[in-house]
Design a protein around this ligand. Sequence first.
Ligand SMILES: CC(C)(COP(=O)(O)OP(=O)(O)OC[C@H]1O[C@@H](n2cnc3c(N)ncnc32)[C@H](O)[C@@H]1OP(=O)(O)O)[C@@H](O)C(=O)NCCC(=O)NCCS
Length: 175
Amino acid sequence: MDSYVIRPEIPADRQHIFDIHCQAYGEDEEARLVDTLRAEGNFNLALSLVAVHGDRIIGHILFPPITIESRSGTVPALALALLAVLPEFQCLGIGSALIEEGCEASRRLGHRIIIVVGHPTYYPQFGFVSARHKGIDVTFSCPDDALMALPLVPGALDNVWGMVRYHPALSLVME
Ligand SMILES: CC(C)(COP(=O)(O)OP(=O)(O)OC[C@H]1O[C@@H](n2cnc3c(N)ncnc32)[C@H](O)[C@@H]1OP(=O)(O)O)[C@@H](O)C(=O)NCCC(=O)NCCS
């Protein structure tokens, strides 16, 4: 499907974004989390992207900031944490397009690393690699192959190791 555009969210999109997460996840926890993070000014609106088909918002992706903390220092990064496509538009490549566009926007803004906890057969096609093998971990339990990192520039993961720290509200949803 190619009759859609991807752009940063605008205020008029907010209820639609809420509804997309409710429908995609089948509950409102993720939708409320997006609203909480936005209300706290926790994410860059340029990294909250929507897919628009005609006058309908059909998909959303968000990259909130996180840190990777080790005893030798703190490294800033992004999470690919909230991705949703309306059920009737799933498996048409829209999720993939949101990921690709969002990763490119993150790179343009100077970010270096994106962390995702997600499906291990889906994210490697975008360049995500196992994060635990690099010494990066999370405070909650998740399978080794579900925790992945994307270096946005060559060498971005070199000598980066430690514990990923999410916004507390985001941590709660991921646990
Ligand atoms: C995950 C999601 C955003 C993918 O969007 P999409 O537009 O359908 O994605 P694409 O069309 O680019 O890719 C679809 C492919 O990825 C697979 N896939 C993606 N995420 C998956 C997941 N969490 N579990 C299983 N398969 C997944 C699909 O099975 C499909 O595979 P196929 O093409 O071989 O049938 C969408 O399915 C969704 O909103 N799911 C509910 C919310 C969710 O789980 N979000 C992700 C949290 S990490």
